[in-house]
Design a protein. Structure first.
Length: 388
């Protein structure tokens, strides 16, 4: 790692050190860092337990247990300066123990974790939000034998890397991340780099075909819901076309509970939501930068009174500081899975997505200008929320 010295127009190499030199420990430092910043591992993960020991007939405990965006369980094992020779065997044991966990058991494990670290939150609701599902009945967790392993260490022994590469060829999903600490003038830095498989070769090594193993009852239920949603969106998009609403002119019916349409600005779009118990329209801020999304949201929030007046009703303003995205939305209750309610529900969506677009589309130039200002500020070296 190098530090850029703008004054001299040079780069300065930072000193690489070991975790032990800095007095860092596996449990109290590396594990906590990953638990609180799981996207350091290159993807969105939901941490559902630390130091998990809920295995029968053994007192072993895994470091971190997570869920990925496909609902697979992810076993994360952290080592410090050396991976040791047994880390793969250890992680494989934990994966085998976790392979039998049911959806309800996983929710219970997560709830126990939340009760310790964030009392008052509901595990099932957070899982649904993370997996973007309407309700917990639709969620598929821990399907088949697709449990994944992530190993984190400053150095991986040859016997470890050799075994990991062999496992990848046999469709056991393992990733290795090298965590390297640096020090410079008393400041401490950390890089987390995926070394196996190399990110650009990951799809090739794992294979493009994915094993489709889900609980049969859930799979049948999903198929029914997918057909229902697709039928609903066909009717809704036809109604929008008949009403001469061009926002969704190039959008196809979806099997998801939402359909999106662009605003003309990257990362900013409109959603229509079809849920079991409500319909909803949204203006969504989801650029690549969480801080930029919050800055855009705060700008709009400063115009809340005028925007709500233009829309004609109070809006729900969801900044969601714990997530990258921010949303302004408006919803109404409906019996969504009752086809007899669809005409009224679709009429409501047509009317309110028109109002949402009319209200917020005129704000897009100002939002675009704000993003450019943030970029310019960052380019000048001034502290700003703009990233990448």
């Amino acid at each position: 790692m190098f530090k850029i010295d703008s004054a001299s127009n040079r780069i300065v190499k930072l000193k690489e050190v070991s975790f032990s030199e800095l007095g860092f420990t596996e449990r109290h430092h590396l594990q906590e860092w990953v638990a609180n910043q799981p996207d350091a591992l290159g993807e969105e993960l939901l941490i559902i337990q630390k130091e998990f020991d809920g295995f029968d007939d053994t007192r072993e405990r895994l470091d971190l247990l997570a869920v990925d965006k496909q609902g697979n369980l992810v076993i994360i094992e952290n080592k410090l300066d050396d991976s040791g020779r047994d880390v793969v065997w250890q992680a494989l044991k934990y994966a085998s123990y976790c392979s039998t966990l049911s959806k309800s058991q996983i929710a219970e494990i997560f709830q126990k974790y939340l009760d310790k670290v964030s009392p008052g939150q509901d595990a099932k609701a957070l899982i649904c939000e993370f997996l973007e599902q309407e309700d917990f009945a639709e969620v598929v967790l821990n399907p088949g034998n697709d449990q994944r392993l992530i190993l984190v260490a400053a150095h991986f022994r040859k016997e470890v890397t050799s075994t990991v590469l062999w496992l990848l060829k046999h469709r056991v999903f393992v990733k290795c991340f090298r965590a390297t600490p640096f020090i410079d003038e008393g400041q401490r830095f950390l890089t987390v780099e995926q070394v196996i498989p190399l990110p650009e070769a990951e799809e090739l090594m794992i294979g493009i075909s994915e094993k489709e193993v889900e609980e049969q009852s859930t799979e049948r239920g999903q198929a029914t819901r997918h057909l229902l949603r697709n039928e609903f969106w066909h009717k809704a998009l036809d109604a929008l076309q008949a009403a001469n609403v061009q926002l969704y002119a190039n959008v196809s019916p979806s099997q998801d509970h939402w359909v999106s349409a662009g605003s003309g600005m990257s990362g900013v779009h409109y959603n229509m939501i079809f849920n079991r118990d409500e319909a909803r329209v949204e203006f969504v801020l989801s650029t690549r930068s969480k801080d930029v999304n919050k800055a855009l949201f705060d700008f709009l929030l400063g115009r809340q009174q005028q925007l709500q007046s233009d829309f004609g009703a109070p809006l729900s303003w969801r900044r969601m500081d714990d997530r990258k995205v921010s949303i302004v939305e408006y919803g109404a209750p409906f019996d969504g899975h009752n086809r007899e309610c669809w005409p009224e529900m679709i009429q409501w969506l047509v009317e309110h997505v028109k109002r949402m677009e009319k209200t917020f589309q005129k704000e897009v130039p100002a939002l675009r200008s704000l993003v450019q200002t943030l970029k310019d500020t960052a380019a000048d070296g001034v502290s700003s929320p703009m990233e990448a």
